[in-house]
Design a protein around this ligand. Structure first.
Ligand code: BMA
Length: 377
C-alpha cells in the first residue's frame, strides 16, 4: 500500500517492522527523518537491507537464475536453478537483472533474456526472500547505438531536449514492466540502479560524454517520472559509480538525497589483485563514510574476476578485504560463457574455494537472509 511517510509514523512503522520481522539480537538504529513516498514493502526492504549489513553481506549474482554455463531458457523449459546452486546447493540472496532494450519495446533484453521469464524469475526470487536489483543498459537514444555508443545524448533527452518525448516513452515502458511484477496486485520492491558507472567514460551517460549537471537532471527527471507520473512507489534508487580514479569525487554526479536510497560502487579485478585490493580498501571506505553521513545502506554493486583465474580468489582476494566493511551485499557479474563469467559453477577450478567462501561467517546466501527478508510482512 502506498503511504506518505511522516516522521512520527515512520518511526512507529519501523519499530513494528523490527518487532515482527527481525532477529531479536538487532537493535533499531537511529531512524532517518525522510519524507519520500515509498510502499510499505519498499520501506521494509530498505530496513532489511540495513539489518543484513549488520550481520554480514548478502551474496548477489547478476542473471543468477536466467542462465548459466551450459544452460539457458531459450531451449530449456523454465525451472529455477543457478550456477551457485550447482556448487553449494543454495541460491544467492540478491538477484541482479538488466532491463536494457525494454525501452525499445523488445520482448528480450540485450542479453537475450525474455522479459516474461525475467518477471517470473523476479517473483520467484522475491517470494523466497531474495532482493531484486535492476540495472539498465539502455540504448543510445540519439544515435540508436548501444549503451557503449558515446554519442552525446543526455542533453537531448532531458526537458527541452529534442528526444525528450521519446525518452518519456522509454521510461513509460520501464514503468509498465515494473508495474507488472506484482504479488497480490502490488508491485514488488526493487532496487533500481540506473545510469551506473557514470564516472567511467564508456557509457553515453558517463564522464566526458555529458555534463555532471545534465546527468543529475536526467536522474531526477527519471525518478520524478517513475514516482509521480507513473505512481511507482516500490522502487529504491541506488547510485553506483565505478572504481574511483585518483581525482574522482564520489559525489560528482550525485543527484541528491531525495533521489537516492542507497549507495554503491562497481570495482572489478582485471587480473591484478594488488590493484583491486587497493581500490577495495580505498573506495569502500569512502562509500562507507558518505553513506554513514547520509544514514543510507551501501553495497558493492558489481564485482568479479573474469573467468576466475586467480587461485582462491573468493577467500583470499575478496573476502578479507570486504569483511567488516559494512556493505549490505556484493554482486558478482553474469555467467555468460567460457570466456565471460564471474561466478563459480560445477567443475570450475574455483569450486572448492567457493565452498569455503560459502561457509565463512559473513557470507549470507538465500537461506541466511530469508529469515530477515520476509515479503509477507
Ligand atoms: C556487460 C557485459 C555485456 C552485457 C552487459 C549487460 O558488462 O556483460 O556482455 O551485455 O553487461 O548485461
Amino acid at each position: 500500500m502506498p503511504i506518505s511517510l511522516k516522521k512520527i509514523s515512520l518511526y512507529t512503522l519501523l519499530i513494528a517492522v523490527i518487532a515482527c520481522n527481525s532477529n531479536k539480537k538487532d537493535k533499531p538504529e537511529e531512524i532517518k527523518e525522510v519524507d519520500k513516498k515509498v510502499s510499505t514493502s519498499a520501506e521494509n526492504l530498505l530496513h532489511n537491507i540495513k539489518l543484513i549489513s549488520q550481520k554480514g553481506f548478502a551474496i548477489g549474482h547478476q542473471d543468477a537464475t536466467s542462465y548459466g554455463l551450459g544452460w539457458n531458457y531459450r531451449n530449456d523449459t523454465l525451472q529455477i536453478k543457478s550456477d551457485i546452486q550447482t556448487v553449494v546447493n543454495d541460491f544467492p540472496a540478491v538477484f541482479g537483472f538488466d532491463i536494457g532494450h525494454l525501452e525499445l519495446g523488445n520482448t528480450h533484453n540485450l542479453d537475450s533474456v525474455s522479459f516474461n521469464h525475467m518477471r517470473t524469475l523476479m517473483l520467484d526470487a522475491y517470494k523466497k526472500g531474495g532482493i531484486i536489483t535492476v540495472s539498465w543498459h539502455l540504448d543510445n537514444p540519439t544515435s540508436g547505438g548501444d549503451s557503449w555508443d558515446k554519442t552525446p545524448a543526455v542533453s537531448d533527452i532531458i526537458s527541452g531536449g529534442k528526444h525528450h518525448e521519446k525518452y518519456k516513452e522509454w521510461v513509460a515502458r520501464v514503468a509498465d514492466f515494473f508495474k507488472s511484477v506484482t504479488v497480490d496486485k502490488e508491485p514488488i520492491p526493487i532496487v533500481f540502479r540506473p545510469f551506473h558507472e557514470m564516472n567511467g567514460g564508456w557509457f553515453w551517460w558517463g564522464e566526458g560524454n555529458c555534463s555532471a549537471e545534465d546527468y543529475k537532471t536526467l536522474w531526477k527527471e527519471t525518478v520524478n517520472l517513475l514516482r509521480n507520473e507513473h505512481k511507482l512507489d516500490n522502487l529504491l534508487y541506488a547510485y553506483s559509480p565505478n572504481k574511483l580514479n585518483p581525482n574522482d569525487d564520489y559525489l560528482k554526479y550525485y543527484p541528491g538525497d531525495e533521489y537516492v536510497d542507497m549507495l554503491g560502487i562497481d570495482i572489478y579485478d582485471f587480473d591484478n589483485a594488488d590493484d583491486y585490493i587497493k581500490s577495495l580498501k580505498h573506495d569502500l571506505a569512502i562509500v562507507k563514510q558518505i553513506a554513514t553521513e547520509k544514514q543510507m545502506p551501501y553495497a558493492f554493486t558489481e564485482t568479479g574476476n573474469e573467468t576466475l583465474n586467480t587461485p582462491n580468489w573468493f577467500t583470499e582476494v575478496l573476502y578479507p578485504n570486504i569483511k567488516d566493511t559494512g556493505i549490505a551485499w556484493v554482486l558478482f557479474w553474469r555467467n555468460h560463457s567460457d570466456t565471460h563469467h564471474y561466478m563459480t559453477f560445477k567443475e570450475h577450478s574455483s569450486e572448492a574455494d567457493f565452498k569455503i567462501f560459502y561457509d565463512l561467517p559473513q557470507t549470507l546466501f538465500l537461506h541466511n537472509t530469508n529469515t530477515i527478508i520476509n515479503p509477507q510482512q
